[in-house]
Design a protein around this ligand. Structure first.
Ligand SMILES: NC(=O)c1ccc[n+]([C@@H]2O[C@H](COP(=O)([O-])OP(=O)(O)OC[C@H]3O[C@@H](n4cnc5c(N)ncnc54)[C@H](O)[C@@H]3O)[C@@H](O)[C@H]2O)c1
Length: 282
Protein backbone atom coordinates (compact mmCIF):
# COMPACT_ATOMS: atom_id res chain seq x y z
CA UNK A 1 0.00 0.00 0.00
CA UNK A 2 1.84 3.05 -1.22
CA UNK A 3 0.07 6.23 -0.27
CA UNK A 4 -0.78 6.07 3.42
CA UNK A 5 -1.81 9.71 3.86
CA UNK A 6 -5.38 10.04 5.19
CA UNK A 7 -5.72 6.27 5.62
CA UNK A 8 -6.64 4.55 8.91
CA UNK A 9 -4.03 2.69 10.97
CA UNK A 10 -5.21 0.33 13.71
CA UNK A 11 -2.63 -0.63 16.33
CA UNK A 12 -3.03 -3.12 19.17
CA UNK A 13 -0.63 -2.61 22.07
CA UNK A 14 -0.43 1.06 21.09
CA UNK A 15 0.40 2.20 24.62
CA UNK A 16 4.08 1.26 24.78
CA UNK A 17 7.24 0.23 22.96
CA UNK A 18 6.85 -0.73 19.32
CA UNK A 19 3.10 0.08 19.22
CA UNK A 20 3.82 3.67 20.27
CA UNK A 21 6.56 4.04 17.66
CA UNK A 22 4.30 2.58 14.96
CA UNK A 23 1.69 5.19 15.92
CA UNK A 24 4.28 7.97 15.59
CA UNK A 25 5.55 6.70 12.21
CA UNK A 26 1.95 6.39 10.93
CA UNK A 27 1.19 9.90 12.21
CA UNK A 28 4.26 11.21 10.40
CA UNK A 29 2.64 9.89 7.20
CA UNK A 30 -0.63 11.69 7.95
CA UNK A 31 -2.63 8.59 8.91
CA UNK A 32 -5.62 8.48 11.26
CA UNK A 33 -5.01 6.32 14.34
CA UNK A 34 -7.11 3.77 16.18
CA UNK A 35 -5.27 2.49 19.24
CA UNK A 36 -6.20 -0.40 21.53
CA UNK A 37 -4.41 -1.51 24.69
CA UNK A 38 -5.12 -2.69 28.24
CA UNK A 39 -2.91 0.22 29.34
CA UNK A 40 -5.04 3.37 28.98
CA UNK A 41 -2.45 5.72 30.49
CA UNK A 42 0.10 4.35 28.02
CA UNK A 43 -2.23 5.08 25.10
CA UNK A 44 -2.78 8.61 26.38
CA UNK A 45 0.99 9.14 26.46
CA UNK A 46 1.20 7.85 22.87
CA UNK A 47 -1.46 10.36 21.82
CA UNK A 48 0.38 13.16 23.64
CA UNK A 49 3.49 12.34 21.62
CA UNK A 50 1.45 12.13 18.40
CA UNK A 51 -0.15 15.52 19.06
CA UNK A 52 3.28 17.04 19.75
CA UNK A 53 4.36 15.75 16.33
CA UNK A 54 1.23 16.84 14.47
CA UNK A 55 -1.78 18.29 16.30
CA UNK A 56 -4.06 17.67 13.29
CA UNK A 57 -3.87 13.84 13.50
CA UNK A 58 -7.29 12.32 14.17
CA UNK A 59 -7.45 9.43 16.61
CA UNK A 60 -9.61 7.08 18.64
CA UNK A 61 -8.65 4.79 21.51
CA UNK A 62 -10.28 1.87 23.26
CA UNK A 63 -9.37 -0.13 26.34
CA UNK A 64 -8.86 -3.48 24.63
CA UNK A 65 -7.88 -6.95 25.74
CA UNK A 66 -6.90 -8.65 22.47
CA UNK A 67 -7.41 -12.11 23.92
CA UNK A 68 -11.20 -11.52 23.92
CA UNK A 69 -12.91 -11.87 20.54
CA UNK A 70 -15.90 -9.73 21.51
CA UNK A 71 -13.59 -6.85 22.47
CA UNK A 72 -11.62 -7.11 19.21
CA UNK A 73 -14.90 -7.10 17.27
CA UNK A 74 -15.94 -3.94 19.16
CA UNK A 75 -12.54 -2.45 18.29
CA UNK A 76 -13.15 -3.15 14.57
CA UNK A 77 -16.62 -1.62 14.91
CA UNK A 78 -15.00 1.50 16.43
CA UNK A 79 -12.68 1.88 13.41
CA UNK A 80 -15.66 1.45 11.08
CA UNK A 81 -17.99 3.87 12.88
CA UNK A 82 -15.35 6.54 13.57
CA UNK A 83 -13.36 6.49 10.33
CA UNK A 84 -15.34 4.29 7.92
CA UNK A 85 -12.94 1.34 8.01
CA UNK A 86 -9.35 0.25 8.57
CA UNK A 87 -6.57 0.22 5.98
CA UNK A 88 -3.57 -0.87 8.01
CA UNK A 89 -3.79 -3.28 10.96
CA UNK A 90 -0.87 -3.92 13.29
CA UNK A 91 -1.47 -7.05 15.38
CA UNK A 92 1.24 -5.87 17.75
CA UNK A 93 0.19 -6.48 21.39
CA UNK A 94 2.39 -9.11 22.98
CA UNK A 95 3.60 -10.43 26.33
CA UNK A 96 6.28 -12.81 27.50
CA UNK A 97 6.91 -15.23 30.35
CA UNK A 98 9.98 -17.30 31.30
CA UNK A 99 10.37 -21.03 31.83
CA UNK A 100 11.52 -23.83 32.04
CA UNK A 101 8.55 -25.23 30.15
CA UNK A 102 7.71 -28.05 32.59
CA UNK A 103 7.36 -25.44 35.35
CA UNK A 104 5.09 -23.07 33.39
CA UNK A 105 1.62 -22.93 34.91
CA UNK A 106 -1.70 -23.23 33.14
CA UNK A 107 -2.12 -19.49 33.82
CA UNK A 108 1.21 -18.75 32.07
CA UNK A 109 0.01 -20.60 28.97
CA UNK A 110 -3.49 -19.12 28.98
CA UNK A 111 -2.22 -15.56 29.42
CA UNK A 112 0.55 -15.61 26.79
CA UNK A 113 -1.34 -17.76 24.26
CA UNK A 114 -4.38 -15.53 24.82
CA UNK A 115 -2.52 -12.31 23.97
CA UNK A 116 0.09 -13.48 21.45
CA UNK A 117 -1.83 -16.16 19.53
CA UNK A 118 -5.57 -15.57 20.02
CA UNK A 119 -4.90 -11.81 19.94
CA UNK A 120 -3.57 -12.14 16.39
CA UNK A 121 -6.26 -14.66 15.37
CA UNK A 122 -9.04 -12.35 16.59
CA UNK A 123 -7.45 -9.36 14.84
CA UNK A 124 -7.48 -11.32 11.57
CA UNK A 125 -11.04 -12.49 12.14
CA UNK A 126 -12.41 -9.04 12.95
CA UNK A 127 -10.53 -6.93 10.36
CA UNK A 128 -9.76 -9.09 7.30
CA UNK A 129 -13.38 -9.24 5.98
CA UNK A 130 -13.59 -5.42 6.26
CA UNK A 131 -10.41 -5.04 4.20
CA UNK A 132 -11.50 -7.59 1.59
CA UNK A 133 -14.80 -5.73 1.21
CA UNK A 134 -13.02 -2.35 0.98
CA UNK A 135 -10.82 -3.80 -1.79
CA UNK A 136 -7.78 -2.38 -0.02
CA UNK A 137 -5.78 -3.08 3.12
CA UNK A 138 -2.59 -4.36 4.70
CA UNK A 139 -2.08 -6.50 7.81
CA UNK A 140 1.14 -6.52 9.82
CA UNK A 141 1.51 -9.37 12.29
CA UNK A 142 4.23 -8.78 14.86
CA UNK A 143 5.97 -12.13 15.32
CA UNK A 144 9.61 -12.31 16.45
CA UNK A 145 12.92 -13.96 15.69
CA UNK A 146 11.48 -16.34 18.30
CA UNK A 147 9.04 -17.40 15.58
CA UNK A 148 11.95 -19.06 13.77
CA UNK A 149 14.74 -19.95 16.20
CA UNK A 150 14.47 -21.07 19.80
CA UNK A 151 16.48 -20.22 22.90
CA UNK A 152 16.09 -21.65 26.40
CA UNK A 153 13.48 -20.55 28.96
CA UNK A 154 11.07 -19.11 26.40
CA UNK A 155 8.95 -22.09 25.34
CA UNK A 156 5.58 -20.43 25.82
CA UNK A 157 6.62 -17.25 24.01
CA UNK A 158 8.45 -19.20 21.27
CA UNK A 159 5.41 -21.42 20.65
CA UNK A 160 3.13 -18.40 20.23
CA UNK A 161 5.52 -16.58 17.90
CA UNK A 162 5.95 -19.66 15.69
CA UNK A 163 2.15 -19.65 15.48
CA UNK A 164 2.16 -16.00 14.36
CA UNK A 165 4.57 -16.82 11.49
CA UNK A 166 2.35 -19.80 10.55
CA UNK A 167 -0.84 -17.71 10.63
CA UNK A 168 0.78 -14.95 8.55
CA UNK A 169 2.03 -17.26 5.81
CA UNK A 170 -1.30 -19.08 5.63
CA UNK A 171 -3.24 -15.79 5.66
CA UNK A 172 -1.25 -14.53 2.67
CA UNK A 173 -1.98 -17.77 0.77
CA UNK A 174 -5.68 -17.66 1.68
CA UNK A 175 -5.94 -14.03 0.51
CA UNK A 176 -4.20 -14.97 -2.75
CA UNK A 177 -6.71 -17.82 -3.19
CA UNK A 178 -9.62 -15.38 -3.21
CA UNK A 179 -7.79 -12.67 -5.19
CA UNK A 180 -8.09 -10.15 -2.33
CA UNK A 181 -6.17 -6.89 -2.58
CA UNK A 182 -4.95 -7.13 1.02
CA UNK A 183 -1.23 -7.24 1.73
CA UNK A 184 0.44 -9.10 4.60
CA UNK A 185 3.71 -8.48 6.42
CA UNK A 186 5.19 -10.59 9.19
CA UNK A 187 7.66 -8.72 11.37
CA UNK A 188 10.40 -10.84 12.96
CA UNK A 189 12.75 -8.73 15.10
CA UNK A 190 15.33 -9.93 17.61
CA UNK A 191 15.64 -8.08 20.94
CA UNK A 192 15.18 -4.30 20.96
CA UNK A 193 14.52 -1.94 23.89
CA UNK A 194 10.83 -1.76 25.00
CA UNK A 195 8.83 -2.83 28.05
CA UNK A 196 8.50 -6.48 26.89
CA UNK A 197 10.76 -7.87 29.65
CA UNK A 198 8.33 -6.32 32.17
CA UNK A 199 5.18 -7.78 30.56
CA UNK A 200 3.87 -8.91 33.94
CA UNK A 201 2.94 -5.26 34.65
CA UNK A 202 -0.23 -5.87 32.63
CA UNK A 203 -0.88 -9.47 33.64
CA UNK A 204 -4.50 -10.01 34.76
CA UNK A 205 -4.94 -10.81 38.47
CA UNK A 206 -6.95 -13.95 37.69
CA UNK A 207 -3.94 -15.33 35.78
CA UNK A 208 -1.35 -14.30 38.38
CA UNK A 209 2.24 -15.51 38.28
CA UNK A 210 2.73 -18.32 40.81
CA UNK A 211 5.85 -19.81 39.25
CA UNK A 212 8.69 -20.28 41.69
CA UNK A 213 11.84 -19.49 39.76
CA UNK A 214 14.98 -21.58 40.01
CA UNK A 215 18.43 -19.94 40.00
CA UNK A 216 18.92 -20.89 36.33
CA UNK A 217 15.51 -19.42 35.43
CA UNK A 218 16.44 -16.15 37.20
CA UNK A 219 19.71 -16.11 35.28
CA UNK A 220 17.92 -16.64 31.96
CA UNK A 221 15.39 -13.89 32.77
CA UNK A 222 18.22 -11.46 33.62
CA UNK A 223 20.01 -12.34 30.36
CA UNK A 224 16.84 -11.73 28.30
CA UNK A 225 16.20 -8.39 30.09
CA UNK A 226 19.80 -7.31 29.37
CA UNK A 227 19.49 -8.38 25.71
CA UNK A 228 16.27 -6.33 25.32
CA UNK A 229 17.77 -3.25 27.00
CA UNK A 230 21.02 -3.43 25.04
CA UNK A 231 19.37 -3.91 21.65
CA UNK A 232 21.16 -1.59 19.23
CA UNK A 233 18.26 -1.21 16.80
CA UNK A 234 15.64 0.97 18.51
CA UNK A 235 11.86 0.59 18.43
CA UNK A 236 11.59 3.69 16.23
CA UNK A 237 13.91 2.05 13.64
CA UNK A 238 11.90 -1.19 13.71
CA UNK A 239 8.70 0.85 13.24
CA UNK A 240 10.12 2.77 10.26
CA UNK A 241 11.38 -0.44 8.60
CA UNK A 242 7.90 -1.91 9.08
CA UNK A 243 6.17 1.07 7.45
CA UNK A 244 8.60 0.88 4.50
CA UNK A 245 7.78 -2.83 4.17
CA UNK A 246 4.07 -1.97 4.00
CA UNK A 247 4.74 0.66 1.32
CA UNK A 248 6.81 -1.88 -0.67
CA UNK A 249 4.32 -4.73 -0.04
CA UNK A 250 7.12 -6.79 1.48
CA UNK A 251 6.08 -10.00 3.30
CA UNK A 252 8.94 -10.95 5.64
CA UNK A 253 10.78 -8.30 7.68
CA UNK A 254 13.95 -9.19 9.61
CA UNK A 255 15.26 -5.91 11.10
CA UNK A 256 18.21 -7.81 12.60
CA UNK A 257 20.03 -9.37 9.64
CA UNK A 258 21.83 -11.99 11.77
CA UNK A 259 18.53 -13.81 12.33
CA UNK A 260 18.54 -15.01 8.73
CA UNK A 261 21.94 -16.63 9.38
CA UNK A 262 20.53 -18.33 12.48
CA UNK A 263 17.60 -19.66 10.46
CA UNK A 264 20.07 -21.22 8.00
CA UNK A 265 22.03 -22.75 10.89
CA UNK A 266 18.81 -24.17 12.34
CA UNK A 267 17.95 -25.66 8.93
CA UNK A 268 21.44 -27.20 8.83
CA UNK A 269 20.91 -28.70 12.31
CA UNK A 270 17.58 -30.12 11.14
CA UNK A 271 19.29 -31.50 8.04
CA UNK A 272 21.97 -33.16 10.19
CA UNK A 273 19.24 -34.60 12.49
CA UNK A 274 21.59 -34.97 15.48
CA UNK A 275 21.67 -32.10 18.02
CA UNK A 276 19.14 -29.49 19.04
CA UNK A 277 19.79 -25.98 17.70
CA UNK A 278 20.26 -23.28 20.38
CA UNK A 279 19.73 -19.76 19.01
CA UNK A 280 21.47 -18.22 22.05
CA UNK A 281 24.54 -20.35 21.52
CA UNK A 282 24.56 -21.30 17.82
N1 LIG B 1 11.06 -5.83 22.34
C1 LIG B 1 11.55 -6.93 21.80
O1 LIG B 1 12.72 -7.31 22.04
C2 LIG B 1 10.71 -7.72 20.85
C3 LIG B 1 11.32 -8.63 19.98
C4 LIG B 1 10.53 -9.36 19.09
C5 LIG B 1 9.17 -9.16 19.06
N2 LIG B 1 8.58 -8.27 19.92
C6 LIG B 1 7.13 -8.12 19.86
O2 LIG B 1 6.80 -6.74 19.71
C7 LIG B 1 5.44 -6.56 20.11
C8 LIG B 1 5.32 -5.28 20.92
O3 LIG B 1 5.95 -5.47 22.19
P1 LIG B 1 6.98 -4.42 22.80
O4 LIG B 1 8.32 -5.02 22.65
O5 LIG B 1 6.71 -3.08 22.27
O6 LIG B 1 6.60 -4.53 24.36
P2 LIG B 1 5.84 -3.50 25.33
O7 LIG B 1 5.63 -4.27 26.59
O8 LIG B 1 6.60 -2.24 25.39
O9 LIG B 1 4.46 -3.24 24.60
C9 LIG B 1 3.43 -4.22 24.54
C10 LIG B 1 2.07 -3.55 24.66
O10 LIG B 1 1.05 -4.57 24.60
C11 LIG B 1 0.05 -4.23 25.56
N3 LIG B 1 -0.74 -5.39 25.97
C12 LIG B 1 -0.39 -6.37 26.84
N4 LIG B 1 -1.41 -7.23 27.00
C13 LIG B 1 -2.42 -6.78 26.20
C14 LIG B 1 -3.72 -7.26 25.93
N5 LIG B 1 -4.23 -8.36 26.53
N6 LIG B 1 -4.49 -6.58 25.05
C15 LIG B 1 -4.01 -5.44 24.48
N7 LIG B 1 -2.79 -4.94 24.71
C16 LIG B 1 -2.00 -5.61 25.55
C17 LIG B 1 0.86 -3.65 26.72
O11 LIG B 1 0.04 -2.92 27.61
C18 LIG B 1 1.88 -2.80 25.98
O12 LIG B 1 1.40 -1.51 25.77
C19 LIG B 1 5.05 -7.84 20.86
O13 LIG B 1 4.24 -8.65 20.04
C20 LIG B 1 6.39 -8.50 21.11
O14 LIG B 1 6.27 -9.90 21.26
C21 LIG B 1 9.32 -7.55 20.80
Amino acid sequence: MQNLKGKVAVITGGGSGLGRELALRCAARGMKLVLGDVDEAGMQETLNQVKALDASIESATMRLDVSKLDQVEAFAALAKSRFGGAHLLFNNAGVSVGGPVWMNTQADWEWVVGVNMYGVAWGLKAFTPMMIEQGEGHIVNVASAAGWVNGPSMAVYNATKHSVVAMSETLALDLRDVGAKVGVTVLCPAFFPTGIHDSARNRPADMADTLERSAIAEERAAAIKAAVEKGRIKATDVAEMTLKAVEDDQFYVFPHRKIKELIKLRAAAADAETTVFDSMNP
